[in-house]
Write a protein that binds this ligand. Structure first.
Ligand SMILES: *Cc1c(COP(=O)(O)O)cnc(C)c1O
Length: 355
C-alpha cells in the first residue's frame, strides 16, 4: 500500500479532524537492525542476547523527526486560518517549519542563535523561503523573542510548546510497535527541549491502552553534559556542547520528560561530547548509518549503560537517531583522518592502501 504521510495513516489518533493534510509524506522511517553495533557494545554476544534497533528519523523529508510534528502543527494551523508561523530553533525545527510552511503557502519566521546553527540546516531554512533572524544569544534567548512576537502579532508558534507538534511526533512510537508487534524494553533518545521523549511516551501509552501493543519501554533520555539541566535539576545559563540540536539550557517540556522517565522506570542522564563523538563514529562505521552528533547521544547513552552492566539480557533496545548526518558534515570531517594524498599511480595507491 502506498505511504501517504502521517495524517493519512493516523488521522483518527491526531487532532486534525477532517482537515486536508499539509504533508511531505513524512514518517514510515526504517527501524534498522544493528547487530554489529550490539556486538561492539558487548550486548550482542556472551549470552546477553540484546537486540538493538535504530529508528532512523534522518530519513524524513527534511532530515529529522521534526517533520512529524510540523506536519500536524501545520495541518492544524492552516485549518484554523493561520497565515504565518514562527519558531526559535537550533536548526532542525527551522528547516521543517520552513519546508512545511512553503508546502502550505504560509509565511515562516525563524529565529536562530547567531553563528550556532549547522550549515545544512540554515541552508534549508533559507532555500524554503523563511525569513531568518539570527539573534545574538542562544536558543533560550531566541525562544524569548518568539514568545514576545507571538503575544503582539497573529503568528502561530510551531515550537514544541505547540501541543500539535508532540501529537505528530508520537507516531514514531506507533510505527515501532507495528514493526516489533510490541513495545521495546528500552527506548534511548537524545533530550534537548524534551518534547520528543514526552511524545514517544505518549505514543507508547496510547497504543498500549488501545490494545495494539504489549508492554511499555523504559524511556532512556540523554542530555549532553554541558547542557544537562534536567540531570542537574536547574536551568543552565550557558549551555555548551558540539551537539547543537540539544544545546538547550531550559527545556520547554521539562516536567513532561520527568514524568515520562518516572512513569516508565527510565532515566535521564548525561553523556560527554567525547562519548557522543565516539558513538557517532561507531554508528557510522559499524552499521553504515550516518546521524548527526545530537542523535548519537542515544547510542552514547546505550554504550555507557552497557559498560555499567545496566542493560538486562534478552531485551530489545531501540535508539532513535533524530537527524541525518549530512545536516552537519563538518563534525565528520573533524573526527576522521583526512583522505590519503597519492599521485594517480596504481603502485603508489597500493602502498597507501596497505594492499
Ligand atoms: C530537536 C532535536 C533533538 C532534541 O529533541 P527535543 O524534542 O528537543 O528533546 C535531538 N536531535 C535532533 C537531531 C533534533 O533536531
Amino acid at each position: 500500500m502506498a505511504w501517504n504521510g502521517l495524517v493519512d495513516r493516523y488521522r483518527d489518533r491526531l487532532p486534525v479532524g477532517d482537515a486536508p493534510a499539509v504533508t511531505l509524506l513524512e514518517g514510515n522511517t526504517p527501524l534498522i537492525e544493528a547487530p554489529r553495533l550490539a556486538t561492539a557494545l558487548g550486548l550482542g554476544e556472551d549470552g546477553l542476547d540484546v537486540r538493538v534497533l535504530l529508528k532512523y528519523e534522518g530519513l524524513n523529508p527534511t532530515g529529522s523527526f521534526k517533520d512529524r510534528g510540523m506536519c500536524v502543527a501545520m495541518t492544524v494551523a492552516v485549518a484554523r486560518g493561520a497565515t504565518a508561523v514562527i519558531c526559535a530553533s537550533t536548526g532542525n525545527t527551522s528547516a521543517a517549519a520552513a519546508a512545511y510552511a512553503a508546502r502550505a503557502g504560509l509565511r515562516a519566521f525563524v529565529i536562530v542563535p547567531e553563528g550556532n546553527i549547522a550549515l545544512g540546516k540554515l541552508s534549508q531554512a533559507v532555500i524554503h523561503g523563511a525569513t531568518v533572524l539570527a539573534v545574538d544569544g542562544n536558543f533560550d534567548d531566541a525562544y524569548r523573542v518568539v514568545s514576545g512576537v507571538a503575544e503582539l502579532r497573529d503568528v502561530t508558534v510551531v515550537n514544541s510548546i505547540n501541543p500539535d507538534r508532540l501529537q505528530g511526533q508520537k507516531t514514531a512510537a506507533f510505527e515501532i510497535c507495528e514493526v516489533l508487534d510490541a513495545a521495546p524494553d528500552y527506548h534511548f533518545l537524545p533530550v534537548g527541549n524534551a518534547g520528543n521523549i514526552s511524545a514517544y511516551w505518549m505514543g507508547y501509552r496510547e497504543y498500549n491502552e488501545a490494545g495494539f501493543s504489549a508492554g511499555l519501554p523504559r524511556m532512556m533520555g540523554f542530555q549532553a553534559a554541558g547542557a544537562a539541566p534536567i540531570v542537574e535539576g536547574h536551568p543552565v545559563a550557558d549551555p555548551s556542547t558540539l551537539a547543537s540540536a540539544i544545546r538547550i539550557g531550559n527545556p520547554v517540556s521539562w516536567k513532561k520528560a520527568e514524568a515520562a522517565r518516572d512513569e516508565s522506570g527510565g532515566v535521564i542522564e548525561a553523556v560527554t561530547d567525547d562519548e557522543i563523538l565516539e558513538a557517532y563514529s561507531l554508528l557510522a562505521s559499524s552499521e553504515g548509518v550516518f546521524a548527526e552528533p545530537a542523535s548519537a547521544a542515544s547510542v552514547a547513552g546505550l554504550r555507557k549503560l552497557a559498560q555499567e552492566g545496566r542493560i538486562d539480557e534478552k531485551t530489545t533496545v531501540v535508539c532513535t537517531l533524530t537527524g541525518h548526518g549530512l545536516k552537519d558534515p563538518d563534525n565528520a570531517i573533524a573526527v576522521c583522518p583526512a583522505p590519503l594524498r597519492v599521485s594517480a599511480d596504481v603502485d603508489k595507491a597500493l602502498v597507501a592502501m596497505g594492499l
